[in-house]
Design a protein around this ligand. Structure first.
Ligand SMILES: Cc1cc2nc3c(=O)[nH]c(=O)nc-3n(C[C@H](O)[C@H](O)[C@H](O)COP(=O)(O)OP(=O)(O)OC[C@H]3O[C@@H](n4cnc5c(N)ncnc54)[C@H](O)[C@@H]3O)c2cc1C
Length: 488
């Protein structure tokens, strides 16, 4: 039997350990079932002390936190999710993964949800089911509002978290470059919810056109997509296929020859980050599908009915999709000097935020400047995943008390799809560009591979095959509540 002195010492050590490593558990004493002995009272009897000590140890074991470090990851996109999965069940870490949605979203296929080719559930994965067997990853559905670097504390709308390490992986959102008119009147596509809003607005658009007098039909049918990057190219291509394939038979009342699909790009080429040959081919594919492509076309004003371009030319449309720019989603609490013009957070080559030791920014939100990449790395899923792999590996090295490894960027190339049998691919090594059916197969295979879960891959594949052979949209469902524009 231990002496009172030994028991007292053991108790104080356990309490000290818990309080030092996990201040968030400071209320644990309230949960104790025995009377808490007064540390100043040496005559407390051994039986009370032993009961207390046993309960305390059982609780400490239950928390299993005394030797682990707490990593809080904000954002369960490509980067945040990858880190949480790589450190799943790692004995050195417990992880709180926070996201404002309870699912991971596969952004590259948003446009297929918007164009009624895929169901939202095919590209949105519930986080709790991904980690249902995890011993160390816990999910929180919260919007992070503030970060306090001095106290290692993160604030959300509902609760606060103390962290040993923080990973900010909050990605990017639409950039309207300060124009509130565009923000209010156009439709962005940066979330599954917004993709569904576009689908609803589109279908409602056609229903309204059916119910309206003929002279207004062109304005009601026409759709303008602003931004000729991959999102704008993929959206306009898919919409043109919809117009050519399924819409005329689904809406026999409407004359779709009056429907115009405009793709406006402010610079002189589509797919600005791709090779000239891919850019030109993408443009040729779109024109062949019937899209009106305007380059050097900068939107000046839009009142919800009429667009005015830089050269004062006008386009009539009640439906404009905004795919023209992105900016980082930065929670408050980050020093303004650490934020770039594009709202990214400056980090070192380990993705560690400048002048911090334990806070990382990863993926679209991170800005790493190197000699060869003075403008930072591209905001792509592949870059976010590679950075996340490196950060996760560095956490493993930290646990082993070894040196962290710098992030090494390997440019694998880029691709975009325009429609059935039509895609463009630029490979980096070997330096090669190709287009057409083979490029389209590569695009499909890669995107299927990147999706989470066998079931989703299978369903998406079946949907694609169905559309390929029947030329029909399978999911033209209208949910009116979503037609109202509100952000999520
Ligand atoms: C329409 C579209 C198409 C794209 N197509 C391609 C493509 O074909 N190929 C390619 O490589 N890349 C593509 N991208 C880019 C790619 O999706 C991004 O580079 C990638 O998602 C970045 O990953 P991330 O983890 O940094 O951020 P994200 O994947 O954006 O994840 C950020 C997460 O943070 C959460 N979040 C944000 N703010 C908060 C907050 N305050 N509190 C809590 N949670 C928050 C969000 O809900 C989200 O889950 C596309 C992007 C879009 C929008």
């Amino acid at each position: 039997m231990k002496t009172e002195e030994e028991l007292n010492k053991e108790i104080l050590e356990t309490i000290g350990n818990i309080q030092e490593n996990h201040p968030e558990l400071s209320k644990f004493e309230d949960e104790m079932t025995v009377t808490i002995p007064d540390r100043e009272t040496p005559e407390i009897n051994a039986k009370v002390l032993k009961d207390y000590n046993d309960s305390l140890k059982a609780m400490a074991k239950g928390y299993n936190h005394s030797s682990t470090k707490h990593i809080v990851i904000v954002g369960a996109g490509f980067a945040g999710l990858k880190i949480a999965r790589a450190l799943n069940n790692h004995p050195h870490y417990r992880i709180t993964l926070i996201d404002k949605n309870n699912y991971h979203q596969f952004q590259p296929l948003f446009y297929q949800v918007a164009m009624a080719n895929l169901d939202a559930s095919n590209i949105s994965f519930p986080l709790r089911s991904i980690f249902e067997k995890s011993k160390n990853v816990r999910i929180r559905l919260e919007t992070v509002t503030n970060i306090n670097f001095d106290t290692n504390r993160i604030e959300t709308e509902k609760e606060n978290f103390n962290y040993d390490y923080l990973v900010i992986a909050t990605g990017a959102t639409s950039n309207y470059f300060g124009n509130t008119e565009f923000e209010e009147k156009t439709f962005p596509m940066k979330s599954t919810y917004e993709a569904l809003q576009i689908r609803n607005k589109l279908l409602q658009h056609f229903e309204d056109a059916v119910a309206t007098k003929t002279e207004k039909t062109e304005k009601l049918l026409s759709v303008v997509i602003v931004g000729g990057g991959p999102t704008g190219v993929e959206l306009s291509g898919a919409l043109a296929e919809m117009k050519n394939d399924s819409l005329p038979s689904e809406y026999p009342e409407l004359d779709f020859s009056t429907m115009r699909i405009y793709l406006l790009e402010g610079t002189s080429k589509l797919l600005g980050n791709m090779s000239d040959v891919s850019s030109k081919k993408a443009k040729a594919y779109l024109i062949k599908l019937g899209v009106i492509v305007q380059t050097d076309a900068i939107l000046k004003a839009y009142d919800g009915q009429k667009l005015i371009l830089h050269d004062n030319s006008e386009i009539q449309s009640t439906f404009v999709i905004w795919a023209a720019g992105v900016k980082g989603n930065i929670p408050t609490g980050i020093h303004p000097e650490l934020i770039t013009k594009s709202n990214q957070i400056k980090t070192d080559i380990y993705n560690r935020i400048i002048s911090t030791n334990n806070v990382f920014a990863v993926g679209d939100i991170a800005f790493i400047q190197t000699e060869f990449h003075p403008k930072g790395f591209p905001q792509l899923a592949s870059v976010a995943i590679d950075q996340a792999k490196n950060v996760a590996q560095n956490f493993i090295l930290i646990a082993l008390e070894k040196k962290m490894q710098p992030f090494k960027y390997v440019n694998k190339g880029s691709m975009a799809t325009i429609g059935r049998n039509k895609a463009v691919v630029d490979l980096e090594k070997p330096k090669l560009s190709f287009q057409g059916f083979f490029a389209w197969i590569i695009w499909m295979t890669l995107h299927l591979f990147l999706l989470i879960g066998f079931k989703n891959r299978l369903i998406v594949f079946i949907n694609w095959m169905y559309k390929y052979f029947t030329h029909r949209q399978s999911l033209a469902l209208l949910f009116p509540a979503l037609t109202v524009k509100s952000k999520k």
